[in-house]
Design a protein around this ligand. Sequence first.
Ligand SMILES: C[S@@+](CC[C@H](N)C(=O)[O-])C[C@H]1O[C@@H](n2cnc3c(N)ncnc32)[C@H](O)[C@@H]1O
Length: 229
Amino acid sequence: MAETMKLDGARELDFDRATVEQAYDRWAPIYDLVFGGVFSKGRDAAIEATNKLGGRVLEVGVGTGISLPLYAPNVRIFGTDISEEMLKKAKKRVAEQRLKNVEDLAVMDAEKLEFPDNSFDVVMAQYVVTAVPNPEVALDEFARVVRPGGELIILTRVSADNGIRRVIEQALQPVVRRLGFRTAEFAWSRYTKWLAGAHSMELAERRRIPPLGHFSLVRFRKTEIARTA
Ligand SMILES: C[S@@+](CC[C@H](N)C(=O)[O-])C[C@H]1O[C@@H](n2cnc3c(N)ncnc32)[C@H](O)[C@@H]1O
């Protein structure tokens, strides 16, 4: 069923799971070629932060598994994605590179994670949150499955609040959503609003990723004791 998303109250867009799934099934054969280099700085930063924490890691939206060889050998990774075709590439990579630290790869919706509470030391999602129909639902799920003291590490687009960048991002939105992306709708205030309602999470870091800073590495830590509202 199509989710109806509001874009700044002005236009409504359909951005549903099937559209995203099909878009990434189509991207799969050429994804690494197109996005391998462009997104590499951010990926390196996210993996470095994850390796520092170590333990059992859930990588949501693992895609073609482009990050998998970058994890430290002592980190155990469970990768999930909604696109079967992207995951096929990831499985091939794991087999070809004999990556022993990959626990499993499975088709799973970020909005409905099939894990018990507090299952992972780190939940990480690179360039994924803005591709999910209901990002706050996915963030809630990430927060649920990470253990107290663990971290949610996301590499994500942060849209402009105003100015010419905002105008451009809004103009691009109808075109790029068919490709499985969203350019607008993700001002920093959206993330902080989610955080304010997530009673057991606190902001550990926000780092803008060069060259343009349109993407940020954001680390949320799950507090040992749930904050009261
Ligand atoms: C832009 S790609 C990023 C892939 C990879 N993380 C990277 O760093 O290149 C977004 C990925 O998120 C996946 N995705 C989108 N919506 C999802 C959802 N609801 N649940 C799980 N994965 C999803 C897509 O299939 C795609 O593989």
